[in-house]
Every structure is written in structure tokens, then in C-alpha cells.
Ligand binder design. Structure first.
Ligand code: F6P
Length: 342
């Protein structure tokens, strides 16, 4: 069999670990020919590929980013996009494609599968908001990075008696804010799932001061919105999947806090630091398990499915189910986190 591999959407630590596992098992155990597709769906639209050999995957396990490159290209937004993809798949002689991606990339995979593309999905996003799996790879690393940032910010906030707002990624789901907030001892956590009340946040800050603690750390997900208000956007320009670029909610929250309490407040936006660099050991193991399971699905010709983690088992779920829903943050866990607010 000749098998293509692509990674699409925002990168996440562990993509290379998936590629390594897919290629290693594909070549050594199944005798497949493996092909790297550059920059997500763009590579299939523009016929940009290269051979993936055992040499090309050597040493990539701990590396961040993607040796394939990635992009937010949506073939359904390009003239004759799907037709071009099918033409190139035929030209290249690909029997199957392993698609490493989040909601957008896997939605394209599902639509193309419906049109006849033999593909399997691997769940990737630091946001952890993909339906059908307990964890996406990349999330654990992002949480560790955000937690380390919270630990570091505690000492400077305390020394200056300040409030520090830490804005983390999480467009539709507050998983990173929630787990890093719990791990890093946040005094309030604001997530997209629950519109926030700025007066309540100020109450938490004041309550701490009344107890003699003169600093506060507040974590806010980029997609969090004030009660009765809208998400704060960085730019109204939308990408090919219709997403607006979020960013700035941290500054909004900081200004409102200063206005209402007079307490000096600073903002740290973690941004792409959460996506860059080496994956955690957890993500390397998860990505490796996903990669092996994905190429096993290809061997069994079980297409139109995504590998997933359920408890401690790797299973597979239909792409149809994955792309029709979103896994938002666990509100029971939020309730637990709120025990430590203020
Ligand atoms: O989709 C994952 C994500 O990390 C979101 O949380 C964030 O809004 C987005 O990517 C940022 O993407 P870009 O790299 O295109 O700015």
C-alpha cells in the first residue's frame, strides 16, 4: 500500500511523534510506502509531497512543530478543491491518507471520506476540545507550560502586590485554563463555557486582600466572554474555516479590575508558547499510541474513523460523530476549581 500523511490546523506538540509511529510501523511491519504531504490539505491541492523514509523520521520524537508543515487550508473553499485532491491522490497512487488534525482538518477528512477518500484521523489540538476522545495529544504539554508560567507569575505578583491576568488559548473550550488554573492555584478561572461577571472576579480579589493576601492570579481563556457580552476579537478577518482571530480578553479583564478596584493589574498572554517546543512524556506516549493505532486502521482498511483514547485504551470512533460535536470543558471540574477561587 502507498500511504500519505498530513498534519493540518494549528500545530501541537507531538505531531512528529505521531508521524514517526505511523511511518515506522507502516514501513517495518506492513511494508508500506509512506509519503509526506506538505502543509496540510494544501499539499494535496498543490501536489507537494516527499518520501517518508526511516531516515526522515530519525530523531524527530522530541521535536515540536511538524516535519510536514501545517496550514489552515480548506479545500472546500478553493475552486474545484475536492476534485484537485482526488486527482492528486490518484496521480500519487495513494491508497490511504492518515490525517493528523483538529476539528477543521478532520471535518474536511470526513467530507472527503464521504466522497470516497480512504482516510483515518488522529486527534490533535492543544485545546482538547475534540469530541470522541478523552484527550487530544498536545494538550498535556500546553497545560504544563501554562502551569509553569502560573508558578513563575506567583512570585512577581506577590512581590508587587499585583493582580496578574494570564490569558491562555482555548477558542471554544476552557480546558487549558481549567486544568492549568487548578494545577497552578489560580484565584479565578474564566472559560468560554461560563460567561463571567467582572464584579464577582473583583469580589474574589478583595476577599483575598481582606485575608491579608495582597496578590491574585487570574486565568482567562481567549474565548471567555463577559455576561451579556461577546468574545473579544483581535481582528475581524476570518480564516478559511470562518474563525475570527481571538485575543485581548486578558486586557479587557485587567482594565475592568483596575477601574473597579484601583489595584495595579498586569496581563501576560501566553499565546503560541503553549504550542511550541518539545512534547511532554505523556504526549509522546499518547501520540505514539495514536500513530500505531492509525496505521493499524489503515492496514485493516477501517476508513472514516479517528483513533481515540477512552480511559486507558486506544479505540476508534467514526469521524461522523467527531465532527458533529464539540467536547467542552467539564463543568464538574470547574465546580471543583471554584472551591479555590478568592
Ligand atoms: O486551534 C488551536 C488554537 O491553539 C486555538 O486555541 C487558537 O485560537 C488558535 O489555535 C490560534 O491559531 P493561529 O496559530 O492560527 O493563530
Amino acid at each position: 500500500m502507498k500511504v500519505g500523511v498530513l498534519s493540518g490546523g494549528g500545530d501541537a506538540p507531538g505531531i512528529n511523534a505521531v508521524i514517526r509511529a505511523v511511518v515506522r510501523k507502516g514501513i517495518v511491519h506492513y511494508g508500506f510506502e509512506m509519503v509526506g504531504i506538505r502543509d496540510g490539505w494544501r499539499g494535496l491541492l498543490e501536489n507537494q509531497t516527499f518520501p517518508l523514509t526511516l531516515e526522515s523520521i530519525s530523531g524527530i520524537l522530541p521535536k515540536g512543530g511538524s516535519i510536514l508543515g501545517t496550514s489552515r487550508t480548506n479545500p472546500f473553499k478553493r475552486k474545484n478543491g475536492p476534485q484537485k485532491i482526488f486527482r492528486n491522490v490518484e496521480r500519487l497512487g495513494l491508497d490511504a491518507v492518515v490525517v493528523i488534525g483538529g476539528d477543521d482538518t478532520l471535518t474536511v477528512a470526513y467530507k472527503l471520506y464521504e466522497k470516497g477518500l480512504s482516510c483515518v484521523g488522529v486527534p490533535k489540538t492543544i485545546d482538547n476540545d475534540l469530541w470522541g476522545t478523552d484527550y487530544t495529544f498536545g494538550f498535556n504539554t500546553a497545560v504544563s507550560i501554562a502551569t509553569e508560567a502560573l508558578d513563575r507569575l506567583h512570585s512577581t505578583a506577590e512581590a508587587h502586590h499585583r493582580v496578574i491576568i494570564v490569558e491562555v488559548m482555548g477558542r471554544h473550550a476552557g480546558w487549558i485554563a481549567l486544568e492549568a488554573g487548578i494545577a497552578g492555584g489560580a484565584d479565578a478561572i474564566l472559560i468560554p463555557e461560563i460567561p463571567f461577571d467582572i464584579d464577582e472576579v473583583c469580589k474574589y480579589i478583595k476577599a483575598r486582600r481582606e485575608r491579608g493576601i495582597t496578590f491574585s492570579i487570574i486565568v482567562v481563556a481567549e474565548g471567555a466572554k463577559p455576561k451579556g457580552g461577546k468574545e473579544i476579537v483581535y481582528s475581524k478577518k476570518v480564516d478559511e474555516f470562518g474563525h475570527i482571530k481571538l485575543g485581548g480578553v486578558g486586557y479587557y479583564v485587567a482594565k475592568e479590575i483596575e477601574k473597579r478596584t484601583g489595584i495595579e493589574t498586569r496581563v501576560v498572554v501566553l499565546g503560541h508558547l503553549q504550542r511550541g517546543g518539545s512534547p511532554s512524556a505523556f504526549d509522546r506516549v499518547l501520540a505514539t499510541r495514536y500513530g500505531v493505532a492509525a496505521i493499524d486502521l489503515v492496514k485493516k482498511k477501517k476508513f472514516g474513523r479517528m483513533v481515540a483514547l477512552k480511559g486507558n485504551k486506544i479505540v476508534s470512533v467514526p469521524l461522523r460523530e467527531v465532527v458533529s460535536r464539540r467536547k467542552t470543558a467539564d463543568l464538574k471540574l470547574y465546580e471543583l476549581a471554584s472551591v479555590f477561587f478568592g
